[in-house]
Design a protein around this ligand. Structure first.
Ligand code: AQP
Length: 328
């Protein structure tokens, strides 16, 4: 079983990224051949600063390793170090429908928010993501709910390619967590916790200090009623129940039972305490790792070499199948 996922070095990683993505990446190391990429090329699809992009790439690598990715048990690399991704993205355009890209929710939402330039790269984002995954003939893609549509699209692309040029790609499956697939903003629990449209108070960062964690949960928006239970009328409390369930590795029903008679204040304090304890070791390990750029670079370079060995073999087959390049 081969597992692949990518994470953008676009900013400080938040609890949604952690629960929807990183926790699953760590678990993937036990379940199969796990390959994870810090997708810096995806980060260039919205406004970015070059020096900051480099720094955030190291930062993201440090968070991933601090969270439990072990470069001896997985392949961890920087997307731009493996140029096969961009080449394959171009080749996949020949079987990607323009109309499908126009339907992508993420493109619609992000392009609506851009104040200056809506880049062609933002439109093209899902094709590059398809190339990331298909280059490794991946079986499974651990992602949060927001990426479900992109995985559906890459499945369509793989199927169309295979029927046009012969069986080259594995058609990947999304692996979306049952609880915590869509962590919501603490200040606006009807919107997902997000890097780009974040309010500082609504976004719980993996590296937040205990006092910040306590404050953000204390101020988390809930409804005016009472009762710690999930429901469409209670998006704020439902979100906090999911967070506590994931952090304690129990079912949400168990959280509801335990806090059946608790007030919102006590419940929020319990969530804050549990999240603080959950993230403390990650923050500690991050603090030890993040300054040593040379060590992080060594990990990423070794990962890229291993990734490239796999991706270049796929690309050789794909070029052949498509009749481009010097024949083998
Ligand atoms: N709120 C979320 N709940 C659960 N999972 C989430 N993910 C993102 N938000 C949530 C998942 O995190 C992984 C990495 O996402 P990314 O590479 O897109 O990183 P990002 O740009 O920092 O994430 P955002 O917040 O999703 O950014 P914008 O603002 O661009 O929308 C993915 O598996 C994703 O599903």
């Amino acid at each position: 079983m081969r597992i692949f996922s990518g994470i953008q070095p676009t900013g400080r990683k938040h609890l949604g990224n952690y629960i929807g993505g990183i926790v699953q990446y760590v678990a993937g190391q036990e379940r199969g051949e796990a390959i994870y990429s810090i997708v810096d090329l995806h980060a260039t699809t919205v406004a970015f600063d070059p020096a900051e992009l480099r720094e955030l790439t190291y930062d993201t690598a440090a968070i991933l390793i601090a969270a439990g990715l072990d470069p001896a048990r997985c392949i961890l690399f920087r997307q731009s170090d493996v140029p096969e991704h961009t080449e394959l993205a171009w080749l996949l355009t020949s079987v990607t429908a323009y109309g499908d890209l126009q339907r992508m929710t993420q493109f619609k939402e992000k392009s609506a928010k851009q104040r200056e330039l809506v880049t062609a790269g933002l439109f093209f984002y899902p094709v590059l993501m398809a190339a990331d995954v298909l280059a490794y003939r991946t079986d499974e893609v651990p992602v949060g709910e927001d990426q479900r549509q992109h995985v559906e699209l890459m499945r369509d692309i793989a199927i169309r390619f295979n029927s046009r040029f012969g069986e080259q790609f594995v058609v990947p499956e999304a692996r979306i967590p049952q609880v915590g697939a869509r962590i919501m903003d603490l200040q606006d629990p009807t919107s997902k916790m997000s890097t780009t449209s974040a309010s500082e108070e609504g976004t719980l960062y993996v590296l937040d200090e205990p006092a910040q964690i306590e404050r953000k949960f204390k101020r988390a928006v809930t409804d005016s009623g009472s009762g710690v239970r999930r429901g469409p009328d209670k998006p704020g409390i439902s979100n906090l129940i999911d967070v506590l369930a994931v952090v304690r590795a129990v079912a949400p029903e168990q959280v509801e039972r335990e806090f059946a008679n608790a007030g919102y204040g006590d419940f929020k304090a319990a969530v804050a305490a549990a999240v603080t304890e959950y993230l403390a070791p990650v923050r500690e390990r991050y603090n030890q790792l993040h300054a040593d750029r040379a060590a992080l670079e060594t990990v990423l370079a070794a990962g890229a070499e291993r990734a490239r060995a796999i991706a270049s073999a796929t690309l050789a087959d794909v070029r052949d199948a498509m009749g481009v390049g010097t024949p083998r």
